[in-house]
Design a protein around this ligand. Structure first.
Ligand code: C2E
Ligand code: CA
Ligand code: CA
Length: 662
C-alpha cells in the first residue's frame, strides 16, 4: 500500500485541473498522490497497479463518470477492497454511497478541508483494517509493512537510532486457557497488548497470532526488567494466582538491509531457546546463539551421511555392583566419531536430533548395535550381562518400538531380558498414558524399563505408582551431594526406601568419589555407575574390563513386572498399621530402622500429647536419631507371613515403640 518513500498511495481522480492541483499539493504532505484527470485514465492506472490505500473520486467527470469507475471497481476482483471516497454535490451522495463508496465529501469546499477529511477517512479505514480485532494492535502483514517503512526511513535519514525487534510469547498459554477458560485467556491477551503499547521504548506492536506478539523498539529506551515483570503484573491486574511466564527474544537490528521478516525470525529463534524455561524471561540473539545455529546447520547437513558411514558408535559405561565388586551391566551411550572433529559428545547433537526427529533413527541404530554387542558378549562367555539403551522422549510415539526390539532380539538370538531401556522422567510429563502403554507393552515382551534421571526436577510420585518400571536411576545432581550434604542424604535415603518398598532396583549415576560410595553402600544402594569406576568406553575396552572380572560371578536380578496391584497393598498395609496405632491408649509410634537411624512411619494421638508434638512438627523432624528421645522397646512388629505368590512387597525391620519423654 506504500511507495518506496513510505507513504500510503492514493489515486486522486478529478477533472477540475485547478482543484486537482491544489488538493494534490495539500495531500502530498501525507500521501503519495497519483492524479488522474478522467475516469478512463483512472481505469488505465488501476489496470497497471492496485496498491492504493484509497481512491478519491470526483463523481462528476466527463464521459466516463466517477460512477462508471465505481462500477469497474466492482467487477474487478483485485480491486475490491480499495476504499473509495467520493466527492460531489449533495445530489450525488446517495448514488455514490449505494455504489459502495465508504464516505462522501460534499462540495464545494476548500481543498485543504477536503484533504483533512480524506486523511482522517483513510486513517480510519486503515487503522480498522490493519488491526487485530481482539487486541487492537497491528496484524502481522501491516506490522511488517510499518516496520519496513520505519526502518527504511531510519536508513535514509541515517539516524543513529538503534532498533530492536522483540518476539514475545506467553508460555503455556494453552494451560492458562484450560485453567481459567477462553474468555479469561482473551482478557489476558487484551491486557498484555495494552501494556505493550504503552511500554517505554516500544514503537510499534503487532500480533503474529495466538499468544505471540512482535514489537519494534528503540533499544536504548528499552528496560528489559519490564518484560520480566509483565507476567506477575498481569496476574495482579486480573486478580489471578498463577505463575504466568512471558518470554521474549530480542534481536538488535545491526543491519538495516535484512528483510523485516527475517529480523522477526531471529527474534523468534532467540525466544524459542527459553520457551518453557521459567527461570529466564529475556534472551538476546547474540554471537553464541548465532554460533549454535551455524552448528545446528552443520549437524543437520551431515547427519544422514554420518549414519550411513557408521560414524555413530555405541560406547559402554559399566554399571557396578558394590557388594559383588564387579560390573553387572552397562549403559550404551552414543558418540559421533567425526572424521574432522574427533569424538563429539551427545549433548552437542542429540538436542538437535530431538528437534528434527532424526533421533528416532539414531536410537534404532544404537539399539541394533546393542543387540550385536549382547550376542558377541554371550559368545565370549558373558551370557548374564545386561545392557541398557536410551530411548528419546520422541520414541514413545513410535508404536512399533516393541515389535522392532522383539525382531532384533530374535535376529541376534539374545534374550529380551538382557536388553533394557531407559526413559527419562520428562517423557512421562510429555504424555503419561503413551509412556504407560509403551512400558506395559515392552514388559509383556520381556524388556525391562528403567526411569532415567530420577529426581532431576520432574519427579512425580504418580509416575512411580503408575509405571511398571524395574529400576530407578538416581540423577547425578542428587548423587553429587550425597555423603556430604545432609539434605541430599535424606532425599536419596528416602527414595531408596521407597524403591525397596516398591521392589524397584536403584542405580546411582555419576558416582565420582569414595565418600559417595561409602554413603551409598551404607544405605543399601548396590548398583553404581560413574567416572569413579569408568568413563563410557568403546566395546573392545569394555570387553577387556570384563576379562579382569571374569571369575566374579554377579548377576542382575531378573526384573519385576506388573507390580501395580501391590503398590496399592503397600499403602493399604500402612493404613492398617495406622488404624492399629490409633486404637491404642498408650503413646505409640511405628518406626522403621535403618542403621542407627529410626524414622517415624506413623504415631497415635497419645504420642502427640505426650511429646507435645503435632503432625507438622513431627513431619519436620521425622528423621530421628535414636536416643534423641527415649524410645522404650515395646515389641517387635511381626510382619504378616510372606505370601507364596501374588504379593511381593515386604516390610523390613519395622518396630513399634512406646514413647516416654526424658
Ligand atoms: P544420561 O542418559 O543421563 O547418561 C549419563 C551421562 O552422564 C553420560 O553422558 C555419561 O557419560 C555421564 N556420566 C557418567 N558418569 C559420570 C560421572 O561420574 N560424572 C559426570 N560428570 N558425568 C558422568 P553422555 O554420554 O555425554 O550422554 C549425555 C546424554 O545424552 C545422556 O544422559 C542421554 O540423555 C543422552 N544420550 C546418550 N546416548 C544416547 C542415545 O543413544 N540415545 C538417546 N536418545 N539419548 C542418548
Ligand atoms: Ca541414560
Ligand atoms: Ca541419566
Amino acid at each position: 500500500m506504500k511507495n518506496t518513500r513510505g507513504k500510503q498511495k492514493i489515486l486522486l481522480v478529478d477533472g477540475d485541473g485547478e482543484r486537482r492541483r491544489q488538493m494534490t499539493e495539500v495531500l502530498q504532505s501525507v500521501f503519495h498522490v497519483i492524479p488522474a484527470f478522467d475516469g478512463e485514465m483512472a481505469v488505465d492506472v488501476l489496470h497497471s497497479r492496485q496498491d492504493f490505500a484509497a481512491i478519491v473520486l470526483q463523481c462528476r467527470l466527463f464521459d466516463f463518470s466517477g460512477f462508471d469507475v465505481m462500477g469497474f471497481l466492482h467487477t474487478n476482483r483485485s480491486l475490491v477492497g480499495i476504499p473509495v471516497i467520493a466527492m460531489g454535490g449533495a445530489e450525488d451522495e446517495l448514488k455514490a454511497l449505494s455504489l459502495g463508496a465508504v464516505a462522501f465529501v460534499q462540495q464545494p469546499k476548500e481543498p485543504y478541508l477536503i484533504s483533512y477529511q480524506i486523511q482522517n477517512l483513510v486513517g480510519l479505514v486503515w487503522s480498522d483494517r490493519d488491526c487485530d480485532m481482539l487486541t487492537g494492535v497491528l496484524q502481522w502483514e501491516p506490522f511488517l509493512q510499518k516496520c519496513r517503512d520505519i526502518l527504511e526511513q531510519s536508513e535514509r535519514e541515517r539516524r543513529p537510532e538503534q532498533w530492536a525487534m522483540v518476539f514475545l510469547n506467553v508460555d503455556r498459554f494453552k494451560v492458562f486457557n484450560d485453567l481459567f477458560g477462553r474468555t479469561m485467556g482473551d482478557q489476558l491477551l487484551r491486557n498484555l497488548a495494552a501494556r505493550l503499547i504503552v511500554m517505554k521504548g516500544v514503537h510499534c506492536v503487532g500480533r503474529v497470532g495466538g499468544d505471540r506478539f512482535v514489537l519494534l523498539c528503540r533499544m536504548e529506551e528499552l528496560e528489559l526488567g519490564r518484560f520480566r515483570q509483565l507476567g506477575p503484573e498481569l496476574m495482579r491486574r486480573l486478580h489471578l494466582k498463577y505463575g504466568l511466564h512471558i518470554c521474549c527474544g530480542i534481536y538488535e537490528i545491526d543491519d538495516l538491509t535484512i528483510p523485516v521478516g527475517e529480523i522477526c525470525d531471529r527474534a523468534q529463534i532467540a525466544q524459542e531457546t527459553i520457551s518453557g524455561r521459567s527461570d529466564q524471561s529475556v534472551v538476546l540473539y547474540d554471537e553464541e546463539l548465532r554460533r549454535s545455529l551455524r552448528w545446528e546447520q552443520e549437524v543437520v547437513s551431515q547427519m544422514y551421511e554420518a549414519l550411513e558411514q557408521g560414524q555413530f558408535q555405541a560406547y559402554l559405561q559399566p554399571i557396578f555392583s558394590l557388594s559383588g565388586n564387579a560390573p553387572v551391566s552397562a549403559e550404551a551411550l552414543v558418540r559421533w566419531i567425526h572424521p574432522g572433529r574427533g569424538v563429539i559428545p551427545p549433548n552437542q547433537f542429540i538436542p538437535i536430533f530431538e528437534r528434527n526427529g532424526f533421533i528416532t533413527r539414531l536410537d534404532q541404530y544404537i539399539w541394533e548395535k546393542v543387540f550385536q554387542y549382547l550376542a558377541e558378549f554371550k559368545a565370549e562367555g558373558y551370557p548374564d550381562l545386561t545392557i541398557t539403551a536410551n530411548m528419546s522422549r520422541l520414541d514413545i510415539y513410535n508404536t512399533d518400538v516393541c515389535n522392532q526390539l522383539t525382531s532384533l532380539a530374535k535376529k541376534y538370538d539374545v534374550s529380551p531380558s538382557a536388553f533394557r531401556i531407559e526413559v527419562t522422567e520428562s517423557a512421562y510429563m510429555d504424555d503419561p498414558q503413551q509412556l504407560l502403554d509403551m512400558t506395559k507393552q515392552l514388559n509383556a515382551a520381556g524388556f525391562a524399563v528403567l526411569i532415567d534421571d530420577f529426581g532431576s526436577g520432574y519427579s512425580s510420585l504418580n509416575m512411580l505408582m503408575d509405571m511398571p518400571v524395574s529400576t530407578l536411576k538416581l540423577d547425578m545432581s542428587l548423587v553429587r551431594s550425597v555423603g556430604s550434604d545432609e539434605r541430599a542424604n535424606c532425599v536419596v535415603n528416602s527414595i531408596l526406601r521407597m524403591a525397596k518398598w516398591l521392589e524397584m532396583g536403584v542405580v546411582a549415576e555419576g558416582v565420582e568419589t569414595q565418600a559417595q560410595i561409602d554413603y551409598l553402600r551404607a544405605i543399601g544402594c548396590d548398583r553404581v555407575q560413574g567416572y569413579y569406576f569408568s568413563r563410557p568406553i568403546p566395546k573392545w575396552e569394555f570387553l577387556r574390563l570384563l576379562e579382569n572380572y571374569r571369575d566374579t560371578s554377579v548377576r542382575e536380578k531378573p526384573p519385576v513386572f506388573d507390580r501395580s496391584a501391590d503398590t496399592g497393598e503397600v499403602w493399604g498395609a500402612v493404613t492398617a498399621y495406622d488404624r492399629m496405632m490409633r486404637g491404642r491408649m498408650d503413646a505409640a509410634a511405628l518406626y522403621e530402622q535403618s542403621g542407627d537411624m529410626a524414622e517415624v512411619l506413623c504415631v497415635n494421638d497419645s504420642y502427640y500429647r505426650l511429646m507435645e508434638s503435632s503432625p507438622e512438627l513431627l513431619f519436620r523432624s521425622s528423621q530421628l536419631a535414636t536416643g534423641r528421645i527415649a524410645l522404650c522397646f515395646y515389641r517387635r512388629w511381626t510382619p504378616p507371613p510372606r505370601p507364596e505368590s501374588g504379593r511381593n512387597w515386604w516390610f523390613g525391620d519395622i518396630w513399634t515403640w512406646t514413647a516416654r519423654k526424658v
